[in-house]
Design a protein around this ligand. Sequence first.
Ligand code: SF4
Length: 423
Amino acid sequence: MDITTSLQLLDAIRRADQADAACTAAGRACSRATRAAGEALTGIGRYEQQLAAAQDSERTEAAADALETARAAYAACTHREQTAKAKLRRAFTAARTANRELAALYAPHARGRATGGRRRPAVAASILDELAAMPLEMIQAADALIVQSSAGKDSLVMLHRLATWAAQAGCKNKVVVVHCDLGDTSEWPGVRELAQRQAERYGLRFVAIDSEGGLLGLVEKRGMFPDASRRLCTSSLKRDKANVLLTAIVAALGLDRQAIVINCLGIRAAESPARSRKLPLSIDTRTSNGKRLVLTWHPIFALSDTEVWEEIAAEGLEYHPAYDALMPRLSCVFCVLAGFSVLVRAVRLCWALGLPLPEKYTDLEARIGHRFKEQYSLADVVAEATRIEAVEGPLTWLPGDAICDQLGEAAAAAYLNRLALAA
Ligand code: SF4
């Protein structure tokens, strides 16, 4: 199957899935409306009986009023039921059309297999697997590649690989590196500038998106810290804003057909059980529509921590100094997903860098009366950092310490040498 057909099939699968889901939702709405109309009809019967049995004028009047109200409710319910049935008919027709289109498109490649609802995920998975294994062709087939960069180690290696593939495919002009800047009350100093340097090293277009107030502003506004189950910080500070840019990028392409957009993220399976359940390549059903088919690509999904560091060391890629202070991730300074010991180290690193963030966040915590985490407050974290600092003294580090920690002294020396030669 050629790549154009693969992409058309993925979009047909998306449309069929969406149409089936709309049909199921319309069916449920129809059942609810029919049930409500039945209940309203029962109410009419009840009040008719009360009216017939009424012995005096007061009861007669009350039953007549109730009957009138019940008849009005029934009329509203039947109208709702008619509307719901009409919507269900339209949804059913749309789903049948979408499924027929998918079947017609798939038939030449199906060799007798069906594309019904239950087979569809397997068909989509096999196409996506094939595409993920041919990065150059996929890049050539795309109209735009959006590389989401936090400037962290995973983004860095992903960017290196994508930039290399895009250069080999002759498609560097399609790549936009996007960095969501949460500002200096959320992130370590120099992150935005580093993201820009990392992109410019490959001559790629770089766009920074400002997120006013960052994490601190979001918490102030909501009066509570996000947590792992309600990661509003990622959705409202990063994903939603990046999606606005994606819409603008597609509009700027000025195509008279559906655009193929590949949204690249440096997520790895080894990071967490939740991430390991993601796929290297998937259809972004939330962002795709008639104007754009958006695929989410995790080009370094299978890499381990060590492999990421090995690539950084071997290629002489510039990483953020927070890693040399042995911060495991270049997240927000106080990331709501970080563990206690990482947060303690973040407090000590703030002190070493002269950043006022520990006080800012503990003040905020006291002001809104909501703890940073259910199990402990940031004040607890600061207390532990104070205790460790009294024993160990201030945090110190040297350039290359992250590589030394991960790969040993020789690798760190070779890395620093590479950087010096490249400077
Ligand atoms: S780095 Fe952590 S705190 Fe910051 S936006 Fe992401 S999940 Fe939220």
